[in-house]
Design a protein around this ligand. Structure first.
Ligand code: SF4
Length: 350
C-alpha cells in the first residue's frame, strides 16, 4: 500500500468534509488552535457514547464551567448530577480529579505532550494520545474502536478482536507522521464515524477505497473479525421506592463500585438468583411489588423487582436516607430512573 497517497487522499477529504463539532476547530489549515480543555472534555465524554448524545452535555458543561479552573472548583455533587445520563460515573470522578490536578499543579494549563497528559489522574492512553494530537498537534497514535475498524478493513486483518488490537494499533502507527497529526487523527475518526461505519460502510463514497483490501475483496462489512462473545451474566435484585408525600427516599451509594458516589434508590444486593426476602429495604413498611425493570450494564444484565411503599410514622426508617422531591429524580442514573418511573407511573413528571 502507498501510505503517502492514502494519507493525502484522506486529509484532502477531511479538508472538504470535516464534521462540524462544537469542540472542534476546522481542519488545521484554518490555523486556529482548539482549546485543550474542550478537546479533553469532549474525548472523555465520547469514550462510551455517541456524538449526538454527548453534544448537549458538552454544551451545558462548557456553559456552566467554561475553563478547567471553573470545573476544578465545581462541587462533587454538582458535577455528578450534571454527568447523569453519560454513564460510567468513575469517569466523572476522574474528570474532576484531572481538572483539579491541572488547576492546582499546572497553573490551569494542560501539559502539551502525550507523556505529560498521561501523568494526569484518570487520563488513559487513548485520551492522552487524542488530546496530544488534536490540541497540540503531536504525532500521537490515536486508536479507538472506529480506527480499529478502519485499519481492520484497510488491511483485511484476519485476526479477530480483541486479539487483533496490538496489530491494528501498529498498522495505525505506521500511518502517523509529523504532517498535520491533529487533522490526521480527526480525519480517521470522521472516516470511521461517517463512511466506514460498522454496518453498511459507504465504500462508494470512501476517499481511500483504492487502498482498501477489504473493499477489493468485496466483503468490507465482515471486518473486523470478532471472537464470539460469552453471554452476559444476569443478576437479580430488589429496588425500593419509599414515598413520603411528594418525596422519595434515596441513598448515596458507596464511593467504590458500580455507580459509586451517586444517589440511587435503596436496593438489595444484586445476585445470581432473585432475593427471597426484603433484604436492603430502607424501612419496615407494607411493601408491594409493582413489576420489574431490565437494565444492561457492560458486564451483566440486571432484573430489578421494584417494591413500593408509603413511609409510616412508626416505620423504623434506616439511617442515611436522602428525601428527594419527585422532580429531582430526573438526575438519577437511568437504572434507578426506570424503577422510579415504573413505581410512580408519572413518566412525564420525572
Ligand atoms: Fe471502509 Fe469501505 Fe473505505 Fe474500506 S473502502 S476504508 S471498508 S469505507
Amino acid at each position: 500500500m502507498n501510505h503517502s497517497d492514502l494519507r493525502s487522499r484522506l486529509l484532502a477529504w477531511y479538508d472538504a468534509s470535516a464534521r462540524d463539532l462544537p469542540w472542534r476547530v476546522g481542519p488545521r489549515a484554518a490555523g486556529a488552535r482548539p482549546d485543550p480543555y474542550r478537546v479533553w472534555l469532549s474525548e472523555v465524554m465520547l469514550q462510551q457514547t455517541t456524538v449526538p448524545h454527548a453534544t448537549p452535555y458538552f454544551l451545558s458543561f462548557t456553559a456552566r464551567w467554561p475553563t478547567v479552573g471553573d470545573l476544578a472548583a465545581a462541587a462533587d455533587a454538582d458535577l455528578m448530577a450534571a454527568w447523569a445520563g453519560l454513564g460510567y460515573y468513575a469517569r466523572a470522578r476522574n474528570l474532576l480529579a484531572c481538572a483539579r490536578a491541572v488547576a492546582g499543579e499546572h497553573g490551569g494549563v494542560f501539559p502539551d505532550s502525550e507523556a505529560g497528559l498521561l501523568a494526569l489522574p484518570g487520563v488513559g492512553a487513548y485520551t492522552a494520545a487524542a488530546v496530544a494530537a488534536i490540541a497540540f498537534d503531536r504525532p500521537a497514535n490515536v486508536v479507538d474502536g472506529n480506527v480499529e475498524r478502519v485499519m481492520a478493513r484497510l488491511f483485511a486483518v484476519e485476526t479477530p478482536l480483541p486479539d487483533a488490537k496490538p496489530e491494528l494499533k501498529a498498522l495505525a502507527a505506521d500511518l502517523v507522521t509529523d504532517e498535520r497529526p491533529g487533522d490526521w487523527a480527526q480525519a480517521l475518526m470522521d472516516l470511521g464515524a461517517t463512511i466506514c461505519r460498522p454496518r453498511s460502510p459507504l465504500c462508494d463514497r470512501c476517499p481511500v477505497s483504492m487502498h482498501c483490501a477489504a473493499f477489493a475483496r468485496g466483503d468490507a462489512e465482515s471486518f473486523p473479525r470478532k471472537t464470539k462473545k460469552a453471554a452476559r451474566p444476569r443478576r437479580h435484585g430488589l429496588a425500593y421506592v419509599l414515598t413520603r408525600g411528594d418525596q422519595v427516599a434515596l441513598v448515596r451509594r458507596p464511593d467504590k463500585g458500580l455507580l459509586g458516589g451517586m444517589l440511587g434508590l435503596p436496593t438489595s444486593d444484586w445476585t445470581a438468583h432473585p432475593p427471597e426476602d426484603l433484604s436492603g429495604a430502607p424501612a419496615a413498611a407494607d411493601w408491594r411489588s409493582v413489576g420489574e425493570i431490565e437494565h444492561v450494564f457492560t458486564h451483566f444484565s440486571l432484573t430489578l423487582r421494584v417494591m413500593m411503599a408509603d413511609s409510616r410514622a412508626d416505620g423504623d426508617l434506616h439511617e442515611g436516607l436522602v428525601w428527594t422531591l419527585r422532580a429531582g429524580l430526573a438526575a438519577l442514573p437511568s437504572v434507578f430512573l426506570k424503577a422510579a418511573r415504573l413505581a410512580l407511573e408519572t413518566p412525564r413528571l420525572i
